[in-house]
Design a protein around this ligand. Structure first.
Ligand SMILES: [Zn+2]
Length: 604
């Protein structure tokens, strides 16, 4: 009994989403809002009253479809192999597609009525819809003739298929081998998270076996991954070109309201971190040589958790989260309390569960902001927890603002461009808290500094390597160049050299090659949104603001930022923090912070 209760406590409670109604009654309500749109599509611009009714219906539709999406998608991610939820999800996408067909001319209707809509928008009542419609009207050059739009909605039904194949293979169908520890004892592996946990083990044999098993498990499917990715990029490029963009990358820039210079200046600024990254790896290696008493440090040695406190319970993690986020205010902490008390979080790993962590989007109309993670009792799991809470609390604040100003609902959303800022800011505050806590314990302190610097380079240099790879591969495929496993790996190695410098391994040994399969299992590549470089933005900006968060001025700016949702363009949203992304100084400051921490590591 006790075990059952304990597990319940760490599962999320999805039922309140449905507010005591059945899923099928939500689905029929959703269909009603869609029917309304079909009925009114040619008359909603006839009068301001009809226009208002139209907007209210869309608002309602979004609320209802978010309820359904949150409920079903979370259930599905709990077990990606569960046929019941796979079936429900397919049914929902059929409904959605059916109405997309019927409403294929909607953008055309908006564009035809641009003048009259703009006139309505001058009415104070509609002032908050200006950006929503400006975003629709700017699509003018990328809209197809009506008959083609109708065909389009049919053909794009499989657009996310590559992502589904990737997820199914990498989270569900993939199996991991049993591994042995130094005594020859066999250990059964359920998920990739087990393997990651064992790479932290003090048993060198076990952590090597875990490291090799982890990389090899993906390595053996490299051909399938690379073919899926090739077709995904080919598809995305063709779709983009059909809509008058030069390429898929070009289309994402348009959607993000930026030009490619933002990306290139980021690449340049992050490339400048190369020298401190090399220096850091040298220092880290020396520390591990000393602590582990091993001369020939291997990649799997650098993941060892040599601290005594190997295992953190969920309760301990929660307590640490509260203490670390104290520099924010009570208002912020109250939301965290809600997250724990109302069971927003699915903590524990299990077979078939989505292998990463997320805080779910599409939250307009909801009052809980669910998190899925795979808590493995490591110190790193606290980072993941506080990270995902950053996303959920962000959702909470822009949703709250939307309640105060009802018409802001179209902006009750985040944008991946800045979505990582609040989450990495939380991680940084956790680090500052830990530095203080372990001020007089140089072993723990050094460990935490290394964990922080590792995360820093994971978010900046590593993600920029991924991003630059994604950019080049997507563009190459657009330009009809060859893409194979070999060319993908060669490019990956070249970019590692460019941004980080290559580590010297015993090159002939095949096991070292396994790790290069990493580049094919970056889930974001299959989701077509040029995501990964946004981690670097998140890291650089988050470090900048976390250092200033106790300062009253930054706290106000930060809450303005959290509440603004997507009511401004991504760059304008970041400007609310008083930051410009092309300002070299924020990168120089970050480099200096990391440099100082490396010096701290070199102290006795
Ligand atoms: Zn995140």
């Amino acid at each position: 009994m006790a075990t059952k209760q304990k597990i319940k406590r760490y599962e999320w409670n999805l039922e309140p989403i449905l507010k005591n109604k059945s899923l099928s009654s939500w689905i029929s309500e959703w269909k009603k809002t869609l029917e309304y749109k079909v009925k009114k599509i040619n008359s909603f611009c006839d009068s301001p009253i009809n226009f208002e009714k139209w907007l209210n219906n869309i608002k309602n539709e979004e609320k209802i479809s978010n309820v359904i999406a949150n409920y079903v998608s979370n259930h599905n991610c709990e077990n990606l192999g569960d046929n019941q939820w796979i079936g429900i999800q397919q049914q929902l996408s059929y409904i959605s597609k059916k109405y997309e067909d019927k409403l294929a001319n909607l953008v055309h209707v908006y564009l035809q009525n641009e003048k009259i809509i703009k006139k309505y928008l001058t009415n104070k009542k509609f002032k908050n819809y200006k950006r929503m419609f400006a975003l629709i009207f700017r699509e003018r050059n990328h809209i197809l003739p009506l008959e083609q739009e109708k065909l389009w909605t049919k053909l794009t039904a499989t657009a996310s298929g590559f992502n589904e194949i990737f997820l199914t293979l990498s989270c569900n169908d993939i199996s991991f081998p049993t591994i042995k520890d130094k005594n020859g004892q066999e250990i059964k592996i359920i998920s990739s998270y087990d393997l990651i946990k064992y790479t932290e083990s003090k048993d060198r044999c076990l952590r090597k076996n875990a490291w090799v098993a982890f990389h090899h498990s993906y390595y053996q499917y490299m051909n399938t991954f690379s073919k899926t990715l090739f077709n995904n990029f080919l598809n995305a490029n063709n779709y983009a070109k059909a809509r008058g963009f030069k390429s898929y990358v070009d289309e994402v820039f348009f959607n993000d309201e930026i030009n490619e210079n933002i990306l290139f200046s980021l690449y340049k600024n992050i490339e400048n971190f190369k020298s401190i990254f090399i220096e850091y790896r040298k220092v880290k290696k020396q520390i591990y040589q000393k602590i582990l008493k091993i001369n020939d440090i291997e990649p799997w040695d650098l993941t060892t958790n040599y601290l005594k406190t190997e295992s953190v319970t969920i309760e301990e993690a929660k307590k640490i989260v509260f203490e670390a986020l104290t520099p924010l205010n009570k208002e912020y902490l109250d939301v965290i309390k809600k997250a724990f008390d109302q069971n927003w979080i699915s903590f524990l790993p299990k077979k078939g569960k989505y292998s990463g962590a997320y805080s779910i989007g599409r939250t307009f109309g909801l009052d809980r902001y669910f998190i899925l993670m795979n808590f493995n009792n490591s110190l790193d799991a606290i980072n993941t927890l506080i990270h995902e809470l950053g996303h959920s609390v962000h959702s909470y604040f822009y949703s709250k603002k939307q309640n105060e100003e009802d018409n802001l609902w179209p902006y009750c959303d985040s944008n991946i461009f800045y979505a990582e800022i609040p989450s990495i800011c939380n991680e940084t505050l956790l680090f500052f808290y830990n530095l203080k806590k372990y001020e007089n314990n140089s072993i723990v302190k050094k460990y935490l500094i290394m964990q922080f610097i590792d995360n820093f380079f994971n978010c900046t240099t590593r993600q920029i390597i991924f991003s630059n790879w994604e950019y080049i591969v997507a563009q190459d495929i657009n330009n009809e160049k060859t893409f194979t496993v070999a060319s993908g790996i060669a490019l990956y190695k070249k970019l590692i050299e460019k941004y980080a410098g290559l580590d010297k391994f015993k090159k002939n040994d095949e096991i070292y090659q396994y790790q290069y399969s990493t580049i094919f299992r970056i889930g974001h590549f299959y989701a077509n949104n040029l995501y990964v470089y946004k981690y670097a933005i998140g890291q650089i900006v988050a470090l900048y603001i976390a250092k200033r968060i106790t300062n009253n001025e930054m706290l106000k700016k930060y809450f303005d930022f959290l509440a603004s949702g997507s009511s401004l363009s991504p760059l304008e949203t970041i400007n609310l923090l008083g930051i410009s992304l092309t300002d070299k100084n924020i990168y120089i400051e970050a480099k200096k912070t990391i440099s100082d921490l490396i010096k701290e590591l070199q102290k006795k």
